[in-house]
Structure formats: structure tokens, C-alpha cells
Design a protein around this ligand. Sequence first.
Ligand code: CDP
Ligand code: CDP
Length: 220
Amino acid sequence: EITAPVIAIDGPSASGKGTVAERVAAALGYHYLDSGSLYRLTALAAVRAGVALDDEVGVAELAAGLPASFVGGRILLSDDDVTDAIRTEEISAGASKVAALPTVRAALLARQRAYRRFPGLVADGRDMASVVFPDAAAKVFLTASAEARAERRYKQLIAKGMPANMHALLQDLQERDARDAQRSVAPLKQCDDAVLVDTTPLGIDEAVAAVMAIVKRQSL
Ligand code: CDP
Ligand code: CDP
């Protein structure tokens, strides 16, 4: 059976996964999966339904039936545009809490694999290479220092005219990194067969070029 090729891009928060994955997908004409948005949508759905984030059965039920759609760069939950609502610090932390629940991860697995379509898929997250697409044609682990990543988030917030505190951002990011790396299922870590790209000193164009070079080596 011939399956569409996958480029898996994993890494911690604000390493540049989303930006780089979208650009690589556009360059190759591939589909794009932002797997983190599914965990964010699950957390938002739980908060809105009054389901506790540690209620594994309740949260997994919501994850399995998420009425999510992705339309022209916007993210909808039923008819509600939640593109911005899923990016708050509260929902970021909530996403990493529900992401630690094995039943929730299992409930989202088939939905993620359904994005694999021709001519190919670029998928970003934490476990794209390890669990969701272990047969990916190219595996990239994007990282950057915690300080560089907190500064990127800071600049993103300031650019949107939103309040930002560098110290709080760094602390939130390190807490989320720790929770994601220490959980027992699908922890954040570099796979043996993934290529490490440290974007600390790289601009976006340079990070995209570094990933494209890895992709080209696989003749994709
Ligand atoms: O998806 P992830 O959380 O890994 O990161 P992102 O949302 O793609 O990137 C976070 C921010 O860092 C965005 O504003 C990017 O434009 C910026 N960025 C950067 O300044 N330099 C890079 N090499 C990569 C991303
Ligand atoms: O953009 P950023 O890297 O900050 O976050 P994200 O990729 O949207 O993911 C939000 C949270 O969802 C992460 O902190 C992880 O806990 C979880 N996640 C996961 O467990 N597995 C994935 N494949 C993607 C996200």
C-alpha cells in the first residue's frame, strides 16, 4: 500500500514549529496539521462545559466528539470562532494538562492520522515522529533556548497589543515544557531518527531553509 509522505516536526513551545511547518507545507504543496490545536480545543471545550481537566473519561469524551473545523486559517468549535480563545495562557496550560491523559491522546489519534493525504503532510506537535506518524519520511526536532522562546512569545503578544510579562512567560513556558517532557505517555523528546535544529540563533527564513534542507535529503 502506498501512503502519502509525512514530515514530522516536533519540539517545545515557541521553537517555531507552527511557522516553519506552515511554510514548508506551502513550499511543497502539502497539507498541514497543527496537532496542538486539537489539545487546545479539547481544553477549551472542557472549560466551557464545566468538565474538570483531570476528569479523564469526561475530557476524552469531549476530545472524541470535538465539533472542530479549520476554515481559511480560522479555527471553529461548532459555529464559534475560537482562533484567539485557544491561545490564552490559561488554555495553553490546560492543553498540556489534558494532553497528559492517555485516553484523551487515544481519542485524538485517528483524527490526526486522517490528515495524511496526497501529495503529503507536514505535521507539528510533540509526538508526531514518535507516536502518530512513526513512519514519517522526515523527522525534525526543533528547539531553542527557553529565553529565546519566551522572548518570541513576548514579541507576539506586544505585536497584538496585548499585555505581556517576560518573567511570567518564561515561567509558564518552563512549567509546560516540564509537564510535556515528564508525562508517561508520548512525552516531548527527540526521537533517535529525528534531526535536531536549534533555532536559537536563526531567523524564520533560516529555520525554514534548515528544515527544507533536511526534507530535500529525503528527496521529498
Ligand atoms: O509553533 P511553535 O509554538 O513552536 O512556534 P511558532 O508559533 O511558530 O513561533 C513562535 C513565534 O516565534 C512566532 O512569532 C514566530 O514568528 C517566531 N519565530 C522566530 O522569531 N524565529 C524563529 N526561528 C522561529 C519562530
Ligand atoms: O504552540 P505551542 O508549542 O506553545 O503549543 P501547541 O503545539 O499548540 O500545544 C499545546 C499543548 O498541547 C502542548 O503543551 C502539549 O502539552 C500538547 N500537545 C501534545 O501533547 N501533543 C501534540 N502532538 C501537540 C500538542
